[in-house]
Design a protein around this ligand. Structure first.
Ligand SMILES: [Zn+2]
Length: 98
């Protein structure tokens, strides 16, 4: 540990937790549970409907649990005015392809 970090830790400016590398977490749009970014699917809403994240624009995350939960998906299709069958297929493909 760098001396500067040690001093800050001693003075209580930073906590041990902030020194230990924490895995980035994101919140699932549907269930609002936080999960490690890797385990979430990143999507974005566009004029043409829901897409996988294209690198620009507003994005959101859905966890795998919600993707496999028919009720949650139903809620999302309503929310984004998607065709249910198409949306489910799209999500399943995304999960399969990682
Ligand atoms: Zn979820």
């Amino acid at each position: 540990m760098a001396l500067q970090q040690r001093v800050k830790l001693f003075l209580g400016i930073i906590s041990m937790n902030s020194i230990k590398k924490r895995k980035p977490t994101r919140m699932c749009l549907s269930c609002r549970q936080r999960a490690i970014k890797k385990t979430l699917v990143r999507l974005q809403q566009s004029e043409n409907g829901i897409l996988s994240y294209q690198g620009v624009g507003r994005s959101f995350y859905i966890c795998h649990e919600c993707i496999n939960n028919e009720k949650k998906i139903k809620g999302l299709t309503k929310r984004f005015k998607q065709d249910k069958e198409r949306f489910i297929k799209f999500l399943k493909e995304l999960v399969k392809n990682g």
